[in-house]
Design a protein around this ligand. Structure first.
Ligand code: AMP
Ligand code: MG
Length: 519
């Protein structure tokens, strides 16, 4: 751990706030404020990601050392760390919200690993910053467990995401009113160390733009291209255009992955959109159990359902449009921005077709296959069918005599299943006929489908069970769940319990079907 080498480009190359420390303030003309994590009473490591530790060159002895929990609980700094909170704004639920910033996240530094890769280390829940507004800068155990597990689960699913190195209990309580109904209660606190090449968000560009500070905006654009998009070359306007196009392309790819695996982000505000197209800020996210494009896990979003599953591709485009508006003052012509947004639509459409081909086990997606998938989705929605179980089991049908038999486990409601069976049989007959025309061997088709349709996803109730146990003092469930989620596409004999439909008790339970932003 002491061998970690830091190259803190963000604070070195960009203008910072002259004032240090957490006093609440509006910060103008600066992209960050220097602030240190606030120490906690008794930091204790609950879980870590072996893969991320390896990525950083942190060995098992380091992880076992008491110093590890001290550093990643915010009580000590390693040589070379230069903590700061970033200053950014954002559109929240469709409205411009002004300055937001890292209210409880504190970056420790940018580590350069043995391969020369840059990995920014950031503590979430590390205490107050100038951007904490009316909140405490802390995070509760339940939301930290969810962020820790989901970051790693998403990575193993092949979805671009920020990573998580560690989950540390603080030994302190945090008071939260989970449902904003006047019933605040103390909960155990925790801190996650997030890891990503960059935590720059759309909102980092929006804030200086909103203040008419084009010089600062240009500085940040130049920095982001140099540090985070080193493969882009060229100059001036064409470089800027290529960069924006890449942001659009990456965002499209990310959202298409979400749609493939049934992930609902829940708070796609522009301050929660990564410039690298990584899934970032795991809050009231959720996973689709029964297929429902209208479902949102976020209780705050229950009314308008702005961030519902099926709307995510459109929202990403809306967010990119906000980013384009923010960048516009730095562009002489707006054509490259329009071109970038156009690329979003194209790349998303391509990725969606690729999802269809892979999820249905086809070589390529023909025009007719788009309809084939749409009609399947409509049937699944109407009959309350589990998305993950259905697609996984679909690889097992008999092409010569396809029936619903392999997919029975995916149905939540017996009656709906019986009613829908004739329609499903008709669909399966069409599908089998399409597969026959595609002429891929059974084995190849199954391999293709099983690599796109996970067996294990971090169902909301699974995370909640691990949290319930941890709050009672048994943290083994977190480690076990992480172990399962490391191999989401593999059959894992003995772990079938993690690949079942959501149980009835979880249907309407807090944490399982609805999540609060209070975290
Ligand atoms: P989110 O929607 O969770 O990404 O958060 C929106 C804004 O609120 C960001 O500026 C966060 O840093 C800030 N925030 C959320 N929770 C807290 C907290 N407990 N303390 C301080 N700031 C917070
Ligand atoms: Mg956020």
């Amino acid at each position: 751990m002491h061998a970690l080498r830091f190259d803190n480009a963000f604070v070195r190359d960009l203008p910072g706030d002259p004032e240090t420390g957490p006093r609440l303030r509006q910060v103008h003309g600066a992209l960050y404020s220097r602030v240190e994590p606030m120490p906690v009473v008794a930091p204790r490591l609950i879980a870590h990601s072996t893969e991320v530790a390896i990525l950083l060159g942190i060995d098992a002895a380091d992880i076992a050392s008491p110093e590890f929990a001290q550093v990643f609980g915010g009580n000590a700094l390693l040589a070379g760390m230069q903590p700061y909170a970033a200053n950014y704004g954002g559109h929240q639920f469709g409205q411009w919200a002004g300055q937001l910033g890292d209210g409880r996240a504190i970056t420790l530094g940018e580590a350069i690993n043995a391969a020369g890769e840059r990995w920014e280390l950031q503590l979430k829940g590390a205490g107050p910053t100038p951007y904490s507004r009316s909140a405490d800068g802390r995070a509760v155990l339940r939301s930290s467990v969810r962020e820790f597990l989901c970051s790693e689960a998403m990575h193993h699913l092949g979805v671009p995401t920020t990573r998580a190195l560690s989950l540390v209990a603080t030994g302190e309580v945090v008071v939260r009113d989970m449902f904003y109904d006047g019933h605040a209660k103390p909960e155990p606190g925790a801190i996650v160390c997030r890891v990503a090449p960059s935590f720059i968000r759309f909102g980092n560009f929006e804030l200086p733009a909103s203040r008419g500070d084009t010089a600062l905006l240009r500085q940040l654009i130049g920095f982001t291209i140099r540090r985070d998009f080193p493969k882009l070359h060229g100059q001036g306007e064409s470089l800027y255009g290529d960069w924006f196009t890449q942001v659009c392309e990456r965002t499209a790819v990310m959202v298409a992955h979400w749609m493939r695996v049934g992930f609902v982000h829940g708070v796609m505000n522009t301050d929660n959109m990564s410039i690298l197209g990584l899934t970032i800020d795991y809050g009231p996210y959720g996973w689709i159990d029964d297929y429902d494009p209208d479902w949102t896990p976020n209780t705050t979003d229950a009314q308008g359902r702005r961030y519902r599953f099926g709307q995510q591709p459109q929202i990403a485009c809306w967010n990119l449009t906000r980013l384009a508006s923010a960048l516009a003052p730095a562009f002489a012509s707006h054509d490259p921005l329009h071109a970038g947004l156009q690329r979003y639509a194209e790349v998303y459409a391509e990725a969606d077709r690729d999802n269809i081909a892979r999820k249905l086990g086809l070589r390529i997606c023909l025009e007719e296959d788009i309809e084939l998938m749409q009609s399947l989705h409509a049937l699944m929605h109407a009959a309350e069918v589990d998305m993950t179980l259905f697609f996984r089991a679909l690889a097992g049908i008999d092409l010569d005599a396809p029936t619903l038999e392999p997919m029975r486990e995916a149905f939540y409601d017996e009656t709906k299943m019986r009613d829908a069976e004739p329609d499903f049989n008709a669909w399966l007959a069409n599908y089998a006929e399409r597969l026959q025309r595609d002429a891929m061997s059974d084995a190849d088709r199954r391999t293709r489908m099983n690599a796109a349709n996970p067996k294990y996803v971090l169902r909301n109730y699974l995370a909640q069970q691990a949290i319930d146990r941890a709050e009672q003092g048994d943290e083994a469930g977190i480690v076990e769940l992480l172990a399962v989620m490391r191999r989401p596409y593999d059959e894992q004999p003995g772990r079938e319990a993690f690949a079942r439909r959501r149980p009835d008790w979880a249907r309407d339970r807090a944490g399982c079907s609805m999540l609060s932003c209070s975290s």
